[in-house]
Write a protein that binds this ligand. Structure first.
Ligand SMILES: [Ca+2]
Ligand SMILES: [Ca+2]
Length: 587
């Protein structure tokens, strides 16, 4: 018996030794459980969800790095994504047990030792010719579940890899890339299911939200986001979205209605609801589709067990400006006269910030978060826009049949805020919104649907509205609508935000800087040049008692491709692809 005990002991220490060689000082490789995911916000030793928690608040209670110490923060390693492929790097890394999982441009994914920056494995999806991503070859991040790391690819596939080895375990098709479907969002894990949306809103696709068994990839339910399409649960019909076709769309336009769910979603465990946003109705030319065009340009609350829409809130009914309603809806609570309000907030492409009752979708309040809005005069008591007369680009049929009247519109279609996620501080009770101040000339043209071809029926040129800045990081009070402070940036902001209990707000700029601002005042407390523009989202976590911070650097995304006159001003920014990791020096 003694010998047996001894040999088991030796075996155990041998295992520990070999793991420590691979994973540095961290403990043995552990699977990611539903509990790890639902607790992610309050477990600072890992980051196992996109959004640093299912609610997507991007808040960390870590404060070793704070307004007093942050000036001493230094890079500890930088990892190059390598290869000849660069372009936009919009990913948020994940961290578990001393391993970082980060996606890169062109549907690549990497596992890196968080202590040393050593590569553990790399996987590159083989992409076919003819993929049709609208807005650069980006990817926003992966999901972790059990022993899997799951991410989507530009040819609209979902791939699960073994997190330890990087070898594929399952692979599912989300849509037909030849019809314009693609995938760029970070998947969301809810109750053992992997929840995905779909990209392709500029190609007349039909948006949908889907749930799959995260371990096997088997489809559980699918919910189309355009009125008239049938949903399915466990292979059986599960009700037509909106009840029946034709209520808010003319003719057959609902069949190619867009409403792409391209940014993925958040989940609120408190109300047990998935929040997903939907993009523009297709085509952009709104005169071809009178009506509200449900459920485009909306936020949807979906029951994760049934895949049914519980409530919806449409930010831009009958959108005519490409004001996709996909931006993240973040659950948060606040006190109003001693009563706790279960709210959720979102900063829309259309320039308005909305606070909703997250239990039923009721409008609580809304206000502009950009300095100028031309297309609407305000919001009514239910949150519906009051359209400005003459603010909608004109109907070609009312002109020469080829081109309708051009209007100057603020915000531009790239939005008062685009995909880049804001953060909510539980300390300051402010939202930190990465916004942009710009406008566009926009006009309409005739268009017909053709599978796999752009389906816009619009032309546009984006232009700055101020001489000195486009980007504007704003501290927004959701209770009053007050902009508490603003940090102006020359180039448009295109990366996500992180806020911490150290009274700091971190984000990157296209000029290449990682910035740390004072969360209360907006003063610059930290500035580091990463060598390429930052369009990724920073994270922070703790390891061996030290606070780490990581961000992916690599300029690209939609601005250089679609930015019109703005694109000219950023064309000399160098591309890249590097994960930068920082911490305070050891004494
Ligand atoms: Ca965590
Ligand atoms: Ca769009």
């Amino acid at each position: 018996m003694k010998n047996k005990t001894l040999s088991i002991g030796l075996l155990a220490s041998a295992v520990t030794l070999s793991l420590s060689v691979t994973l540095g000082s961290q403990s043995a490789f552990a699977v990611v459980t539903d509990k790890d995911i639902s607790q992610d916000e309050v477990t600072p030793n890992d980051v196992v969800t996109y959004g640093m928690g299912q609610r997507g608040q991007r808040y960390s209670d870590l404060k070793k790095v704070n307004t007093k110490t942050v000036k001493k923060m230094v890079p500890v390693w930088a990892y190059s994504l390598g290869g000849e492929k660069q372009r936009g790097q919009e990913s948020q890394p994940l961290v578990k047990d001393g391993v970082m999982y980060v996606t890169g441009s062109y549907s690549r994914i990497y596992a890196i030792n968080t202590e040393t920056g050593d590569e553990l494995w790399e996987y590159e999806a083989r992409l076919p010719d003819g993929i049709m991503p609208c807005c650069d070859v980006i990817n926003r991040g992966a999901a972790l579940y059990d022993d899997l790391v799951i991410y989507g690819t530009l040819d609209a596939k979902l791939i699960a890899l073994n997190a330890k080895t990087g070898k594929p375990v399952w692979r599912k098709k989300l849509g037909d890339y030849q019809a314009g479907y693609s995938y760029t969002a970070a998947p969301l894990i809810v109750k053992g299911m992997v929840i995905t949306g779909i990209s392709g809103g500029e190609f007349g696709i039909v948006g949908k939200v889907e749930a799959r068994d995260a371990k096997t990839g088997e489809l559980v339910w699918t919910r189309p986001t355009v009125e008239g399409h049938m949903g399915y649960l466990n292979g059986k019909e599960n009700g037509i979205t909106g009840g029946k076709p034709g209520q808010t769309w003319p003719g057959d336009l609902w069949k190619t209605g867009g409403a792409a769910t391209w940014l993925g979603g958040t989940y609120d465990p408190d109300t047990d609801l998935i929040f997903m946003g939907t993009g523009n109705p297709a085509p952009w030319n709104s005169h071809l589709r009178p009506g509200d065009n449900l459920y485009s340009a909306s936020r949807l609350a979906i029951d994760p067990d049934t895949g049914k829409i519980v409530w919806h809130f449409q930010t831009t009914p009958h959108d005519g400006w490409d004001f996709d309603g996909v931006n993240e809806l973040i659950a948060f609570d606040y006190k109003d006269g001693g009563k706790t309000v279960k709210a959720a907030a979102t900063a829309d492409r259309n320039g308005f910030f909305y606070v909703l009752n997250r239990e039923n979708g009721d409008f609580i309040r809304g206000f502009p978060f950009v300095s100028k809005i031309t297309w609407a005069e305000g919001l009514d008591s239910e949150g519906r826009p009051i359209y400005t007369k003459g603010g909608r680009p004109g109907d070609p049929a009312a002109a020469d049949g080829k081109k309708g009247e051009t209007v100057w519109s603020i915000p531009s279609f790239l939005g008062g805020k685009n995909w880049m996620p804001m953060a909510y501080s539980q300390d300051t009770e402010l939202f930190y919104v990465p916004s942009n101040e710009w406008g566009m000339d926009i006009w309409n043209e005739p268009v017909e649907y053709k599978a796999g071809a752009a389906y816009l029926g619009s032309g546009f040129t984006i232009k700055p509205i101020y001489d000195d800045h486009i980007g504007s990081l704003k501290a927004v009070d959701p209770k009053t609508g007050k902009i508490v402070w603003e940090y102006k940036n020359g180039a448009p902001l295109w990366g996500g935000v992180l806020t911490t209990a150290g009274n700091l707000v971190f984000f990157g700029t296209p000029e290449g800087y990682l910035l740390g601002l004072n969360a209360k005042t907006g003063e610059i407390e930290y500035k580091f040049n990463t060598g390429s523009g930052i369009v990724g989202s920073p994270i922070t976590w703790t390891q061996d008692g030290e606070q780490y911070l990581s961000v992916l650097s690599g300029w690209g995304g939609a601005v250089p491709l679609w930015g019109g006159e703005v694109a000219k001003s950023v064309k000399n920014f160098n591309q890249g692809g590097t994960v930068w990791t920082f911490k305070l020096p050891k004494k």
